[in-house]
Design a protein around this ligand. Structure first.
Ligand SMILES: Cc1cc2nc3c(=O)[nH]c(=O)nc-3n(C[C@H](O)[C@H](O)[C@H](O)COP(=O)(O)OP(=O)(O)OC[C@H]3O[C@@H](n4cnc5c(N)ncnc54)[C@H](O)[C@@H]3O)c2cc1C
Length: 363
């Protein structure tokens, strides 16, 4: 069995299949895994626990989030314990590679997969590049462009992630993720040029600019955030598309490490069973939907509504959620399986700010 892509999804699927007795080879076109490092690195502590026990790649511990409304009003959700980790992705990916090797997977670095399936079982974990997917006739999940920069500053609270909504990042949001002596500041957006929007925010957002002024900045980091949700059919007769390639990314936040890896485990197991003739690859669809289907449906709807909200609607919805105590309580909800928090918000007064954006998204 072959796996295209040595990112977290490909490596976790490969390890799982090898543990189930399959002979597995991974093809990674780069000479090192995890590079270029285009990820903000924020992962839930509960999700990470389900993937690995190692913490060698953790560079920050997050207890909550600060959400800024389009007008700059601040809301906060913070708990006593660690809710999320900030991870160094190259180190994390290396850890996943070592785990795959320990499970007996053969890894080919610096080797691009150029073919299709050609009668073999193929796991497509090529991220957003979509060259193999297109060859197989798959339409890649929708994504939006992102830009980030590392700023040498410890002026942001080290245990809080920040979300900035409104015109700074039309349709999506901007973020600040502290990582020790640095902060990774970035945004993704449906409209405009991300790097221009990011530079504008760094200069014109008074709260951010006061914290980053004069600080050394890295070269910009670019990437594509997957927002389209899972492919309608991620498994064919000879392949399974996983991770970003399969759309297994939270459409609400663009976070794909945890769910990508958890669903990759299912893909690895199903692929190993298929090789033994015990299951069809298509059973992957049923399997991932059993654990994650409802949450993805809810998150996709919430993201669709949010991307169509105007500034005053976001303003009103945040105020309402805060008045009803939902923003503060959000810290108690699962960061990855967001179906429950979405349904709670849908039953709150904030829903009146979502109806017109919902109509807009349909029209
Ligand atoms: C700006 C930004 C910020 C993000 N922040 C977060 C975050 O804070 N938390 C979070 O959980 N997620 C975040 N994500 C999402 C996260 O980075 C992805 O969901 C995750 O990396 C997906 O893993 P993957 O294994 O599917 O793909 P990738 O990590 O993209 O790995 C795919 C690999 O396949 C290789 N490849 C592609 N084609 C071929 C080929 N033909 N042959 C051989 N190799 C090939 C590539 O070189 C690459 O190494 C962010 C994404 C972006 C763009």
């Amino acid at each position: 069995m072959f796996v295209v892509g040595g990112g977290p999804a490909g490596l976790v699927a490969a390890a799982e299949a090898a543990k189930a007795g399959a002979e597995v080879e991974v093809f990674e076109e780069d000479r090192e895994v995890g590079l270029p490092d285009h990820c903000a690195g924020l992962v839930s502590s509960s999700g990470l626990e389900a993937i690995t026990q190692s913490r060698s790649f953790v560079v920050g511990k997050i207890k909550g989030a600060r959400i800024f409304s389009p007008d700059g009003r601040r809301y906060e959700a913070k708990g006593p314990g660690v809710k999320a980790f900030v991870i160094d992705r190259p180190k994390f990916d290396m850890e996943m590679l070592r785990a795959a090797e320990r499970a007996g997977v053969r890894i080919n670095l610096g080797t691009r997969w150029e073919g299709g399936c050609d009668g073999r079982v193929l796991i497509i974990a090529e991220g957003t590049k979509a060259r193999v997917s297109r060859k197989m006739g798959l339409r890649p999940p929708a994504s939006i462009p992102a830009a980030q920069v590392d700023v040498a500053t410890d002026a942001f609270d080290g245990d809080m992630a920040e979300i900035h909504t409104g015109g700074w990042a039309p349709g999506f949001f901007a973020w600040v993720v502290p990582r020790g002596e640095q902060a990774r500041v970035g945004l993704a957006s449906y409209r405009g040029v991300p790097l221009e929007l990011l530079n504008r925010m760094l200069e014109k957002n008074q709260y951010i600019s006061s914290k980053v002024r004069g600080a050394r900045r890295s070269a910009p980091i670019f990437g594509k955030v997957v927002v389209g949700g899972p492919l309608r059919k991620a498994a064919g007769k000879e392949y399974i598309a996983i991770g970003d390639a399969g759309g297994f990314v939270k459409p609400t936040t663009g976070g794909g490490v945890v769910l990508g890896c958890l669903i990759a485990k299912i893909a690895g197991r199903v692929a190993a069973e298929a090789l033994e003739g015990k299951a069809a690859l298509a059973s992957f669809e049923r399997e991932w939907k059993k654990g994650f289907g409802r949450d993805f449906t809810a998150m996709k709807l919430a993201a669709k509504v949010f991307s169509n909200m105007r500034a005053q609607e976001i303003e009103g919805a945040l105020r309402c959620l805060d008045n009803e105590g939902l923003l503060g309580a959000a810290i108690g909800y699962d960061m990855d399986l967001q179906g429950a928090v979405v349904s709670k918000a849908a039953r709150s007064g904030a829903v009146r700010y979502a109806l017109i954006p919902l109509l807009r998204s349909i029209l």
